[in-house]
Ligand binder design. Structure first.
Ligand code: ADP
Ligand code: MG
Length: 366
């Protein structure tokens, strides 16, 4: 089921006199293609949960419309929208078994939707099998691990065969290993069921690894929508560039002079087509090449051998933030001269941004 958001806006009025209204979701316009998994990504407070709650019907928008396929669902109550919801804190009924937790949403179906006991049992078992907890049907939630509890919550969301599945930070309560495993599970389940799924997270790695498309948000505003790799490779502004990637992108204060990017006193890269101006120059860790004669000169801090790669940690006075993190192949030799390590740059891993607006400034590679 395709989902469209049209000028969707949610404003929360301030309660106190000295507080401003909050526009949690500001004029969202986008379409989620049928059968895809879309990641809503942004820092805490950027409006992810509000967007999800507008889609589920738990919140009413201030303005704008929501369509599921061709149906305008904006005024439809939550229970009639056919959405499955999964939250961070599982929200299982502690006194009910896994089976009864999964059955629960089916027991209140009315009229034509009402199911026989056999049909309900079959559906519950199918949902449990899909998330691989069919061996745990008679346990209570407190007899399950966090990962298993979250699977029960997912089975419960799937058992009604929702038109869309909404997941709000579903992995946040899990430890690192379970987080990885459960994220792969969610990916598999989504591909198997082909239910259009919206996955909310503040974790860029999670969103990048699982999503067909990501929507990067900040302060209630959409920054960029695209395939994860496209957004990583072609960020529209400094916020997006800095939000995606580990280690994070390295941001320098710089200046363009005569179509040359200058960092400190050194001209480090030709940037054809850019007029003279102050800029932020952001360089991905994989954009540095060790080069004894390279134009970018940093003070070596330490070298971290990580197996496949080596992290070279250095400092530079124009760097915004503590240290410059570059990743080089593990077989490279880090040549140091009087404490100085030098790099040349891969042009397609260097991004320029306006020093005021932080919008992307494009240049032609030499
Ligand atoms: P996220 O899920 O991305 O962390 P939320 O959607 O929960 O963000 O919140 C977005 C913004 O809206 C925040 O500034 C938050 O304080 C505000 N907000 C959320 N819910 C309410 C509410 N019920 N009343 C007032 N403000 C709210
Ligand atoms: Mg939230």
């Amino acid at each position: 089921m395709k989902v469209s958001l049209q000028h969707l806006t949610k404003k929360f009025s301030s309660r106190g006199k000295n507080q401003d209204d909050v526009i949690a979701v500001n004029d969202f316009n986008f379409e989620i293609p049928d059968g895809q998994l879309i990641g809503l990504l942004g820092p805490s407070g950027c409006g992810k949960s509000t967007t999800l709650n507008l889609l589920s019907g738990l919140l009413k928008p201030t303005s704008g419309r929501i369509f599921f396929g061709e149906d305008d669902v904006t005024d439809l109550p939550a229970e009639n929208r056919g959405v499955g919801l999964v939250f961070q804190n599982y929200a299982l009924y502690p006194h009910l078994t896994v089976r009864k937790n999964i059955l629960f949403p089916l027991q209140n179906l009315k009229g034509a939707a009402k199911l026989s006991k056999e049909e309900m049992d079959q559906r519950a078992l199918a949902a449990a099998k899909l998330v691989q907890i069919d061996g745990l049907m008679d346990r209570k939630p407190n007899e399950l691990s966090g990962g298993q509890q979250q699977r029960v919550a997912i089975a419960r969301a799937l058992v009604k065969m929702p038109r869309i599945l909404l997941l709000d930070e579903p992995l946040s309560n899990l430890d690192a290993r379970l987080r990885l495993q459960t994220r792969e599970e969610i990916h598999r389940i989504q591909k198997e069921t082909k239910i259009t799924t919206i996955f909310v997270t503040h974790d860029q790695e999670e969103a990048m690894s699982i999503s067909d498309l990501i929507v990067v948000m900040k302060d209630g505003n959409i920054q960029q929508i695209g395939k994860p790799q496209e957004v990583y490779d072609d960020p529209v502004n400094l916020f997006v560039a800095a939000f995606l990637g580990t280690p994070p992108i390295n941001v320098f204060r710089g200046e363009v002079r005569q179509e040359l990017l200058c960092i400190g006193q050194d001209a480090v890269l030709p940037v054809k087509g850019v007029k003279d101006q102050p800029v932020f120059a952001a360089i991905r860790p994989e954009g540095f090449v060790l080069d004894e004669d390279g134009p970018l000169r940093c003070r070596l801090g330490r070298v971290e051998v990580m197996g496949r790669d080596t992290n070279v940690v250095s400092t530079h006075p124009a760097m915004q933030g503590e240290s410059v993190r570059s990743i080089v192949p593990s077989d490279s030799e880090v040549k140091v001269n009087g404490g100085e390590v030098r790099f040349s740059l891969r042009p397609h891993k260097v991004y320029l941004f306006d020093a005021q607006t932080e919008a992307r400034i494009r240049f032609e590679e030499a």
